[in-house]
Design a protein around this ligand. Sequence first.
Ligand SMILES: [Zn+2]
Length: 185
Amino acid sequence: MKLIILDRDGVINQDSDAFIKSPDEWQPIRGSLEAIARLNQAGYRVVVATNQSGIARGLFDMQALTAIHQKMNSAAQLVGAEIDAIFFCPHAADDNCDCRKPKAGMFHDIARRFDISLRGGVVTVGDSLRDLQAGFIAGCAPYLVLTGKGEKTCEKGGLPPGTLIYPDLSAAVDFILKKPVELAV
Ligand SMILES: [Zn+2]
């Protein structure tokens, strides 16, 4: 099974320092949903792993998050894309949970849910250092996109070894789909 793990804000949709609190505030990045459709067509299952500390902060509730994800899934379906699952961490940084990135809890949960090893070439795409750190710890190949916080993340440096950098999700997917499929050892 081919699987890819995407961050949400700044990768699929426009990020906001004020958080994405409602479906209206969720606006796709140009080409991102079409890129997910191309992954699906190539046999990839696409999973989202996203920190949503706005819930712990009381900025929005689970009902709003569900509505945001319904909008994302509907927009994806309109272009023939399907997001298989959305894993999210609702906690704040000081909750000390295992799921908030840069910890790898969500990645381990995804590996269990899909009964797959993330080592051996499963790609994760993010715009923040913590996205890439979490994926790297779990054994994924980290890809940084320059949308969202990506430019700043790139400037700060300290990326996990082997991180590849692309302008946006669409460009990253173009590369992934041209690459010969690696056999997991
Ligand atoms: Zn958490």
